[in-house]
Design a protein around this ligand. Structure first.
Ligand code: ARG
Length: 462
């Protein structure tokens, strides 16, 4: 276990200390970014005359060789190195000799790891956005398909007023659009290059930080070396955005589970996205939706952990910060998995239109519209509310719906009712009369669907 920093030590590190301190088991995840950062670093060192062109070429060739061999599996990343940075540097020196020892000129592992983590996070933000986009494309397709699929809208999980499946799904579309734009915001704010900050106080070499930043596609260099090596705000922002994505997936999963239940039967999940029971042969369980709901806790946990890790750390770098990695990696992988599976699950589910429509019909979801009918015929709203309350009570006793009452029965309770009440409280009317923007009526929905269409088109083309 040769260490980068062995010079001033006279004793071997205690084995338990070594194990406790090492990060290779998880930071190997960004070997690619570590090498990418080193290539940019030496390119800049040669441009500024700190290294010769010849030295630069040898180092880059060596680094490219390491990258290829790691990727092909001929060079396994093993625990004899403390971290991924030591692994790359040691292997470079093994390959190209003493010139490899010049790689770390003007650099510290503190700014190196800050860079690696940013490069990794940046790539993952792009991957997360792609997965959200795929989900939004699916939601958009479902919105178009179900513009006249009537269903009950709920408050307190009690039937409230009729909506459409298109409108219900449209609510999630809004949430995922916000999630997408939150990720874009984070990227914009974090995209400044920390390399060149050194351990904490910059370096004495004439580094060209603008150049390194440009080579790595950052907007520019960070402006304070102490903050550069100890800023983890962008990870907290990302974990917060990931937590919000999980809230949305979890709420939607909960609805899928309810809708897929034997009692509701609004939808049926595809066999490929369901699981069975080892004992009960009849069972077909929504495990994927349940796991997505369950995994939400892990992602919140990562956010809480990192907030706590960062809260008392004095400037600048402290080893506590190494704890950012496993949390972030796990959270990102979890969210990516959930997004991909959720999209597959809802794009294959079968919608039972009839069942949904019947359920909307049978829960007095048109009671508000019956009251509105009376108001339109001159009855004050509070009286209308009370009259329709009596109608509902009557129907509950008779086990019928408002649509099943005879005109005589209506008029016994209130003579204002006429034949046109049936049309006024039909589900179609209840939904289609609601056409202010944001409401479930078809005209309003078509406008919103067109807005999403234009939005998705730019994202899908971009
Ligand atoms: N493994 C470390 C981390 O993840 C890398 C930086 C090490 N720096 C140091 N001074 N020990 O944070």
């Amino acid at each position: 276990m040769a260490q980068l920093w062995g010079g001033r030590f006279t004793k071997e590190t205690n084995q338990l200390v070594y194990n406790f301190n090492a990060s290779i088991s998880f930071d190997q995840k960004f070997y690619h970014q570590d090498i990418e950062g080193s290539i940019a670093h030496v390119t800049m060192l040669a441009k500024t005359g700190i290294l010769t062109e010849e030295e630069k070429s040898q180092i880059i060739d060596g680094l490219m060789g390491i990258l290829q061999d790691v990727e092909s599996g001929t060079l396994p990343i093993t625990s004899e190195y403390e971290d991924i940075h030591s692994f790359v540097e040691a292997n470079l020196i093994k390959r190209i000799g003493d010139v490899g020892k010049k790689l770390h000129t003007g650099r510290s592992r503190n700014d190196q790891v800050a860079l690696d983590m940013k490069l990794y996070t940046r790539d993952e933000i792009v991957a997360l956005k792609e997965l959200i986009l795929a989900l939004m494309n699916t939601l958009h397709r479902l919105m178009k398909e179900h513009i006249d699929t009537y269903m009950p809208g709920f408050t307190h999980l009690q039937k409230a007023q009729p909506v459409t499946l298109s409108h219900h799904i449209g609510a999630y579309m809004e949430m995922f659009r916000r999630d997408y734009s939150r990720l874009t915001d984070i990227y914009e704010r974090m995209n400044y290059c920390p390399l060149g900050a050194g351990a904490l106080a910059g370096t004495t070499y004439p580094l060209d930080r603008e150049l390194t930043a440009k080579l790595l596609n950052f907007y520019g260099p960070t402006l304070n070396s102490m903050d550069s090596v100890s800023d983890r705000d962008y990870l907290i922002e990302l974990l917060s955005a990931c937590s919000t994505i999980m809230i949305h997936l979890s709420r939607f999963s909960e609805e899928i589970i309810i809708w897929n239940s034997n009692e509701y039967r609004f939808i049926e999940l595809d066999d490929a996205y369901s699981t069975g029971s080892s004992i009960m042969p009849q069972k077909k369980n929504p495990d994927i939706a349940e796991l997505v709901r369950g995994k939400t806790g892990r992602v919140y946990g990562a956010l809480m952990s990192l907030l706590t890790v960062m809260k008392g750390i004095p400037l600048a770098y402290n080893k506590d910060m190494q704890e950012d990695k496993e949390l972030t990696f796990d959270a990102i992988d979890t969210v990516k998995g959930c997004l991909a599976l959720f999209t597959g699950m809802i794009s294959t589910m079968k919608v039972n239109k009839e069942v949904m429509a019947n359920s909307a019909k049978n829960g007095f979801t048109n009671a508000t519209d019956a009251a509105d009918y009376l108001v339109n015929h001159g009855v004050p709203f509070r009286d209308a509310h009370s009259i329709v309350g009596q109608l509902v009570l009557f129907c509950i006793e008779k086990e019928i719906s408002l649509d099943d009452m005879t005109l005589e029965q209506y008029q016994t309770i209130c003579p204002v009712f006429q034949e046109d009440i049936y049309d006024a409280i039909s589900m179609k009317t209840c939904v289609e009369k609601r056409n202010t923007i944001g409401a479930p009526g078809q005209e309003a929905m078509k406008q919103v669907i067109a807005i999403h269409e234009a939005y998705l088109k730019t994202l899908n083309e971009g």
